[in-house]
Design a protein around this ligand. Sequence first.
Ligand code: NDP
Length: 290
Amino acid sequence: MSNAKTPVTVIGLGPMGSAMAGAYLNAGHPVTVWNRTASRAEPLVERGAKLAATPAEAVTASGLVILSLTDYAAMYAILDGVGDALAGRTIVNISSDSPGKTREAGAWLADRGARLLTGGIMVPYMMVGTEQSYVFYSGATEVMDEHRDTLAVIGRPDYRGTDLGLAQLWYQAQLNLFLTMLSSFAQSAAMLESAGVKAAELVPYATETLNLAGFFLEPSAQGIDSGDHGDQGANVTMMGATADHVVTASEEAGIDLTLPRAIQAHYRSAIERGHGRDSWTSLSEVIRKP
Ligand code: NDP
C-alpha cells in the first residue's frame, strides 16, 4: 500500500480536527472519525469519512490515530475506556497543552502498549494542508520516520527531538509571541479608540512595526544567548521610560492596564538589578530568574 493511502483516524472534530480529516479525504486516504458530539462529523461523512460508533472502534480502524482536542485531559476522557484497543497503535496528539502534560501522556499510553508522537500545529485551521502549514513534532525518531509522509498531508513536519515535551514547548513559545502580539494589538487599538481612531487605521502601522521587530530579533538573540548585554542604542532606562509612558497613556485613555503594567514591571526589575545602562536584552535575566 502506498503512503498516500494509509488509513488515518481523526478524533476530535472542532475546526482543526475537521480540517485535518478533510485534508486526508482530499488526499485519498481512508479516513475514520469520532467526535464526542457526533453531529460535527456529518460534513466529513458526506465527503466519504467513516464515523466510528465508539472511540475503541475509531482507534482500531487505523494504525495512525490523530487527536485534535482542546487539551490532554480530553484525551484521557476519550481513551480511558477503550481497553485493549490502544495496544500497537500510534497516537499523534496535536492538541495544545504543557510539555509536562505531554510527557505524562507518553507514559500513560506506553503502559497501554501505544506509542505517542506529540505535535503542535502552527497555522489556523483554514490553512491546514497548504504550503504554509507546518507542525512541530517530538517523540521517538522511528515513529516520526514511519509516519512522516502521511503527516505531511496536513503540513510540513518539523521534528524537534525525542523528548515528548519539545513539540509543545516550541508550540507554546510561538503561541506566547502570537498571543502577546494579539493582546498588544487590542491594547493599542483601545488607546487610539479613545481619540476616535478605528482599529482598521492602525493595521498598516502595526504591520510595519511588527516587520521592524523582525529586524531586532537576530542581534537580540545574540545578547540573550551570550549574556552580553552591552548597550546597542536601546538601553533599559530609555526603554523603561517608554514603558512608563505606555502605562500613563493607557491610564489617560481609561483602559485596562494589565499588559502595559506587566511590561513596565520587567523594566523596573531590570533597573533594580542594576541593568539600567545595559541593552534591553538584559530583561532576559529578569525573566530567567524571577
Ligand atoms: P475546539 O475547541 O473547537 O475542538 C475541540 C475538540 O475537543 C472537539 O472535538 C471537542 O468535542 C473535543 N473535546 C474537548 N473536551 C472534550 C472532552 N472532555 N471529551 C471529549 N471531547 C472533548 O478546538 P479546535 O478544533 O479549534 O482546536 C483543536 C486543537 O487544535 C486545540 O488544541 C487548539 O489549541 C489547536 N489549534 C487550533 C487552531 C485553530 O485554528 N482552531 C490553530 C492551531 C492550533 P465536542 O465537539 O464534543 O465539543
